[in-house]
Structure formats: structure tokens, C-alpha cells
Design a protein around this ligand. Structure first.
Ligand SMILES: Cc1cc2nc3c(=O)[nH]c(=O)nc-3n(C[C@H](O)[C@H](O)[C@H](O)COP(=O)(O)OP(=O)(O)OC[C@H]3O[C@@H](n4cnc5c(N)ncnc54)[C@H](O)[C@@H]3O)c2cc1C
Length: 328
């Protein structure tokens, strides 16, 4: 039976990622009633934890969290997950280097001792630092806790699959349930259903590679060098015992077209590393690309886009979360 939820919210948000949750908090501060609909029933996922769920936050997002009084909570949740009282960044393989990494651009690493922050003229005065690494799970749990405490309704396990807008509102459908809002914001990620169904144009450049983040077991690990390596066919980073991130310039032919198997990952790793390394097990795997696109409009009538729904770029090109938090 179709369930109607007749009471309209001021804003319905599709997606409880970092951008949807941050936007929900900002709208509550402005006095709006907010409903967040999230397709995943469970907010936890191994891909949101170390090593692949690590997200480097840049200075403006750290400052935004500081100004909202959230920075300590985010850091505390991360420390509780570490169980060590140390920064999560210590656990990320790309942070385990003698010099303190500050970030990268297009895979080119730079370090804290390279930075002269006195030249950053547009920073607001604050004691917040300029770089921080946090797991997606810790970031989302801090934002969800704050949103809930502020009166945001978050419903999980509900995928927005259709909507219609009229002059004074938007009707949103998730399976057999219907919700009403004065506005709908698509914060539903790079493959946004709201963007596609809303007819938003998404323009940019085609991908050149498939990127892989994998956890594997290796029978002959000495054949790989630890750290980050650029090769004639791509790039790989390796941390023992079995954490690998790599890119292969295949024009993104593989990404989301076939299941990711041990045999395939081994073949790619052999091509990229120029070795005959052997993988005995594939424990965790995901792929990504360097496709770079932006919606030509962020609003059509009462439907808006924010975060990866509105713009995507290569994870090797800069911090996507901050671009998203900045468009909220
Ligand atoms: C390998 C990799 C490394 C990265 N590293 C960094 C980094 O170091 N720093 C950084 O800032 N960024 C990084 N990013 C990018 C960053 O993760 C994204 O920019 C950020 O997560 C975008 O947030 P979002 O809330 O817009 O979207 P998402 O995080 O994608 O969240 C979207 C949410 O919407 C939900 N959803 C999807 N469809 C629907 C639907 N139909 N109905 C309801 N809910 C739906 C999803 O389940 C999800 O919870 C990286 C990305 C990748 C792939």
C-alpha cells in the first residue's frame, strides 16, 4: 500500500553523505524543517573506514567545522575509532612518511614544510589547522548526530526514485512512500538520480583512467615497492601487507562495466607495476575515475543540487568533500 506523509517539510534532502548532512544542519540553523532520505539502510561500510575511507579535509572545510563548533567532536570520534588517541592520519598508508604530508595535487605530493600559510590572504582568523584527515564514517557520524540533535529527521533505507514539482512544492517518492517538501535538494552523489530525473545538464571531460582501491593478499610482496610510483602505464601506491591504490590509463573502460575479480586486479597490477606479482586473495575493492563534470544549473524551479551531485572530479585532483561543503 502507498504510504503518504502529508505534512510538508520545508526541505527534503536526497542523500545523507557529508554534504546532505551539513546542508541539513545549516537549514535547521535558518529555522527550516528538514527531512533527509538516504538509500543505504546502514551508514557503516568498510569503504568508509581506513584505509580507503580516509578523506583529507582542506583548510576551508576545517574552518567551517571549527566555526560550527564541530571540529573537536569530529576529531574525538576519529580518535575513538583509532583507539590510540592519535590522529587517524597516522593510520593512512600515504601519511606514513618521514615528512608530514599536507596534501597532493594530481598525485604530486606536497608537505607541510613546503607551505607558507601567511600567503593565504583569504583565510579567516582561526586557531583551526590547515589540514586534517578523517574517515568518512567518523565525519558522517558527527554530522548525523548534530543534525539529529538539531531536529533534522533522517530516514535510512529509502531511495528517492521519482519526484514531481508544482508551483508550491515537490512530491518525492521512495518505493511505496511519498513525501512532500517545499524544496528538494539532490545531495545524492556523483550518479545523482535527482540530477538525471530533473533534466540537469552535466558537462565536462571524459575519463582517461580507471582507479582501483584494493585490499589483497600477495604471495610475493617483495616484487612491489612500497610508497607511490609512477610508471609508463599508470601509477600505484603500495603499503604492506596488502593495501594498493592504482590507476590504469584505459579510458575508464573497466569502471562499473564488470565485476572486480582477483584475476582482473592482478592483471592490472602486473601491467601497471611491470612485475609478475601474484595475488592470492581479493578482500576489498572499489573503482573510481577522473571524469570531471559540473551541472550547468544548480537549481531548476524547486529542485536544487549540491555536492558530488552538482560537480565531480578526480580524487587525485583535490578534495571533493570541500567543494561540496562549499556549495551547500
Ligand atoms: C577514492 C576516493 C578518494 C577521495 N578522497 C577525498 C579526499 O581525500 N578528500 C575529499 O574531500 N574528498 C575526497 N573524495 C571525494 C569525496 O568522497 C566526495 O566529494 C564526497 O563524499 C561528496 O559528498 P556528497 O555528500 O556530495 O556525496 P556522497 O558522499 O556520494 O553521498 C551521497 C549519499 O547519497 C546517497 N544516495 C545516492 N542515491 C540516492 C537516492 N536515489 N536516494 C537517497 N539517497 C541516495 C548515497 O547512499 C550516499 O549516502 C574521494 C573520493 C574517492 C572516490
Amino acid at each position: 500500500m502507498h504510504k503518504h506523509h502529508p505534512l510538508p517539510h520545508d526541505v527534503v534532502i536526497a542523500g545523507a553523505g557529508p554534504v546532505g548532512l551539513m546542508l541539513a544542519c545549516e537549514l535547521r540553523l535558518a529555522g527550516c524543517s528538514v527531512l533527509v532520505l538516504e538509500q543505504a539502510a546502514d551508514p557503516h561500510s568498510p569503504l568508509k573506514r581506513l584505509p580507503f575511507g580516509m578523506r583529507g579535509l582542506s583548510a576551508p572545510s576545517i574552518e567551517a567545522f571549527y566555526r560550527r563548533g564541530m571540529l573537536d567532536d569530529i576529531a574525538a570520534r576519529q580518535h575513538a575509532k583509532d583507539g590510540s588517541g592519535s590522529s587517524a592520519s597516522n593510520g593512512a598508508h600515504w601519511m606514513q612518511q618521514p615528512r608530514r604530508p599536507a596534501g597532493h595535487f594530481a598525485g604530486i605530493q606536497f608537505f607541510h614544510d613546503d607551505l607558507d600559510t601567511s600567503k593565504w590572504l583569504f583565510r579567516l582568523p582561526s586557531p583551526a589547522g590547515t589540514s586534517m584527515a578523517v574517515e568518512m564514517e567518523a565525519l558522517e557520524s558527527a554530522l548525523a548526530a548534530r543534525a539529529t540533535a538539531m531536529g533534522v529527521e533522517i530516514r535510512r533505507g529509502l531511495s528517492v526514485d521519482a519526484f514531481e514539482q508544482s508551483d508550491d512544492g515537490v512530491t518525492v517518492r521512495t518505493g511505496d512512500a511519498t513525501f512532500h517538501g517545499r524544496w528538494l535538494v539532490g545531495c545524492d552523489g556523483g550518479r545523482s538520480m535527482v540530477r538525471k530525473a530533473g533534466g540537469f545538464e552535466f558537462v565536462g571531460t571524459d575519463p582517461e583512467f580507471t582507479g582501483y582501491s584494493v585490499e589483497v593478499e600477495i604471495s610475493d610482496p617483495d616484487k612491489l615497492r612500497t610508497g607511490r610510483h609512477y610508471t609508463p602505464t599508470g601509477m600505484y601506491t603500495y603499503a604492506r601487507p596488502g593495501t594498493i591504490a592504482m590507476v590504469e590509463f584505459d579510458g575508464s573502460a573497466f569502471h562499473r562495466t564488470r565485476p572486480i575479480t582477483r584475476e582482473h586486479v592482478q592483471a592490472v597490477l602486473r601491467r601497471v607495476s611491470g612485475t609478475d606479482v601474484t595475488l592470492t586473495a581479493l578482500r576489498l575493492a572499489t573503482t573510481w575515475t577522473d571524469r570531471a563534470c559540473q551541472a550547468t544549473d544548480y537549481r531548476k524551479g524547486r529542485v536544487l543540487l549540491a555536492g558530488d551531485a552538482a560537480h565531480i572530479h578526480s580524487p587525485l585532483g583535490g578534495q571533493g568533500s570541500i567543494s561540496g561543503l562549499a556549495t551547500r
